[in-house]
Design a protein around this ligand. Structure first.
Ligand SMILES: Nc1ncnc2c1ncn2[C@@H]1O[C@H](COP(=O)(O)OP(=O)(O)OP(=O)(O)O)[C@@H](O)[C@H]1O
Ligand SMILES: [Mg+2]
Length: 353
């Protein structure tokens, strides 16, 4: 298909491990990234994200499978023949060179003429909001500004593809949020196809068009953040993307399921009596003070007030529920120990296959 920029087909990579022998870092990964799309590889430490990215870049060679860019097989091509820009976690700037020279460095190595070079560097510094910083030295910049210089350095070549490996991990939390918004807006503005690696699910959800979740060298699901949140295919994805309740339920009838004795209006297409697992996000459960006189089956175990929302842990029968409420501006928060009535909102509830 013409709109595909990067394609991985059955890509695998094994490494020698001193204890375990040969291990697969990446196993049979197939992915397609469209023109202008930002795809994130998301997963826990050691799941094969960096290895996948390094194979796209050409720093590692796959043991099996093919990688193509714009329909051209680059599986064994040298990194500098792939038209790719990178930004890695340790993006160290040259400390003795000015901002301008840091960004210009690669173009100089290429032997680009001076006017052309000055124009290209000026344009990208403008793009990252550092137009007047050319003569500053790296030590005169804040962490976020240094990061933007590294970003400018990655895009100054006008690469076809941009690769990021945990580029924000050494910034503080506030700056991380600011920088991910900058990367996203720059990526959209110049429409550059991007593969981004992170283990931070919130960062992945904020920045991506599409997310590929990896576990043990395998892509277990790829889709939009919305898909992954509301329709996770596995327990791993459900737990890794967002907070979740994974509840054991039983089909009561064609349009009813029961969890801990509570009926939920949910059509599952399963036979009555079938056991199933439900993915219920914390905001799909509502709690209210239990009506007095009734013996409540649920009780608040813990309450964490976070301002825009309150997280509760609620014990329902023998199940602990994660519940979040956002409406305490109009009703007082409930207390730990308080008996409550629990109601499930069936609309968002997902049945695991
Ligand atoms: N050069 C290497 N030699 C041997 N094993 C390696 C090598 N590079 C990676 N591995 C192994 O391959 C697996 C995947 O590593 P990779 O760096 O791709 O993980 P990752 O998802 O990027 O993790 P992190 O989030 O910690 O950066 C790990 O088990 C790792 O130990
Ligand atoms: Mg890594």
């Amino acid at each position: 298909m013409a709109s595909i920029r990067i394609r991985l087909d059955g890509v695998s990579k094994r490494f020698d491990h001193t204890v375990k022998g040969e291990v697969y870092a990446v196993r049979d990964v197939s992915l397609a990234v469209e023109h202008g799309e930002l795809l994130t590889l998301l997963g826990p430490s050691g799941c094969g994200k960096s290895t996948t990215l390094r194979m796209i870049a050409g720093f590692e060679e796959p043991d099996a499978g093919t990688i193509s860019i714009d329909g051209k097989d680059v599986t064994h091509a040298l990194p500098n023949k792939r038209g790719i820009g990178f930004m890695f976690q340790n993006y160290a700037l040259f400390p003795h060179l000015s901002v301008f020279e840091n960004v210009a460095y690669g173009l100089r190595v290429q032997g680009r003429d001076e006017t052309d070079l000055a124009k290209a560097v000026g344009e990208v510094l403008e793009l990252v909001g550092l137009a007047s910083y050319g003569r500053q030295q790296p030590h005169q910049l804040s962490g976020g500004e240094q990061q933007r210089v590294a970003l400018a350095r990655a895009v100054v070549f006008q690469p076809k593809v941009l690769l990021f490996d945990e580029p924000l991990s050494n910034l503080d939390a506030k700056l991380r949020v600011e920088m991910r918004e900058q990367i996203r807006s720059l990526q959209k503005r110049i429409g550059i196809t991007t593969v981004y690696v992170t283990h931070d699910q919130e960062e992945a959800m904020a920045i991506s068009d599409r997310i590929a979740v990896m576990e043990g060298g395998v892509v277990v699901q790829d889709g939009t953040a919305f898909d992954l949140y509301y329709r996770p295919k596995t327990e791993f994805v459900a737990r890794f993307v967002g907070r979740t309740n994974l509840l054991a339920g039983r089909v009561v009838s064609a349009d009813e399921v029961e969890v801990e004795g509570l009926r939920i209006a949910l059509a599952t297409g399963r036979a009555a009596g079938d056991a199933l697992r439900l993915v219920v996000r914390p905001e799909m459960i509502e709690i209210a003070p239990a009506p007095s006189g009734e013996s409540a089956r649920a009780r608040i175990v813990q309450r964490t007030f976070l301002g825009e929302k309150t997280d509760y842990q609620v014990m329902l029968g023998s199940t602990t529920l994660q519940v979040s409420a956002t409406d305490h501006y109009r009703r007082p928060p409930m207390e730990a120990g308080q008996p409550v009535a629990v109601r499930f909102h069936p609309e968002g509830i997902h049945v695991l296959g």
